[in-house]
Write a protein that binds this ligand. Structure first.
Ligand code: AMP
Ligand code: MN
Ligand code: MN
Ligand code: MN
Length: 289
């Protein structure tokens, strides 16, 4: 594992959703890479947090309880991170129950579309791979690779699962206001995840920031595993202009993403206030002020 460039990583996935490492193994890998403060942010579930927290206590790392909620905004899927949440909060649990039902229903429809394209048994296989965690498109992509239909996960998305492709299913996730309200009700910070991934123009991102801030969102993920230096500058300026904190996280899913590692995120640009100046993110090795 490459060494961390940042001791804080506020976006990562485990086997509770589409990550490769079990929560405890993820925490241990983060710690070994030099990460001191890690948020576990699985897609639409908090199911990995207990195990991650126990592992974090054992290795002296701060585990920030998190989640990555799927949201439909202006007919697009947007991801909103909830950080430093109380996973048991009722409003959050209600949002998660709805999202998980959406996932189950969508998985059936994806499998039906794959079946029509000659790929049989995908639902059962994907569910086996998910092993009780949230069923995601990544699991279907892995099925397509393991069954020899695609050479890798990227190709599976390109050929079958991405928007506009033959096995894509448009989903009605929860709306932006509901997601942010659920995070706030759980005492957490709502962070707009990877704004460059939505194929929005600047004007579209502006609209999104406005809606997000109006709903009670507080931060933008300025530095992510996939952002370029130009993206970081742009997102930093946009965060500042909207009075939002900056956040940073790798969006680590597994060692096969060899270009991306735990803690491997650029520093926030100057003038952007880090979200981790707020309560809930202190390095356990630092004595309280
Ligand atoms: P879902 O939330 O089930 O629609 O799955 C979304 C997940 O699929 C993302 O969080 C990524 O991990 C993964 N993903 C989306 N697009 C791609 C892509 N083009 N290549 C590889 N993985 C992707
Ligand atoms: Mn993912
Ligand atoms: Mn995401
Ligand atoms: Mn993510």
């Amino acid at each position: 594992m490459k060494p961390a460039t940042c001791h804080i990583d506020l976006h990562s996935h485990s086997t509770a959703s589409d990550g490769r490492l079990a929560p405890a193994a993820l925490v241990q890998a983060a710690s070994a890479a030099g990460v001191r403060v890690l948020a576990l942010t699985d897609h639409d579930t908090v199911g990995g947090l207990d195990e991650a927290d126990a592992a974090a206590r054992a290795c002296g790392l701060r585990l920030v309880p998190g989640v990555e909620l799927s949201v439909t905004w202006n007919k697009r899927t947007i991801h909103v991170l909830g950080l430093a949440i109380d996973p048991a909060a009722a409003a959050l649990q209600a949002a998660l129950a709805r999202l998980q039902a959406c996932r189950t229903e969508r998985a059936e429809r994806i499998a039906a579309k794959l079946e029509k394209r000659g790929v049989g048994g995908a639902l059962a296989y994907a569910a086996t791979l998910a092993d009780g965690g949230q069923l995601t498109r990544t699991h279907f992509a892995r099925v397509l690779v393991y069954e020899g239909y695609c050479r890798d996960v990227a190709q599976a998305f390109k050929q079958y699962l991405a928007q506009g492709r033959s096995a894509h299913v448009a989903s009605e996730w929860i709306d932006l206001e509901t997601a942010v309200a659920a995070i706030r009700a759980a005492g957490g910070y709502a962070v707009l995840a990877h704004p460059m991934k939505y194929r929005l123009r600047r004007s579209g991102r502006e609209q999104l920031y406005q809606a997000f801030a109006a709903a009670g969102g507080v931060a933008v993920e300025v530095c992510c595993g996939n952002t370029t230096p130009q993206d970081v500058r742009t997102l930093g300026q946009e965060a500042r202009a909207h009075g939002l904190y900056g956040s940073a996280g790798s969006d680590f899913h597994g060692p096969e993403q060899h270009w991306l590692g735990l803690g491997r995120v650029a520093p926030l640009p100057e003038g952007v206030t880090p979200l981790w100046t707020q309560p809930g993110f202190a390095d356990p090795g630092t004595p309280a002020a």
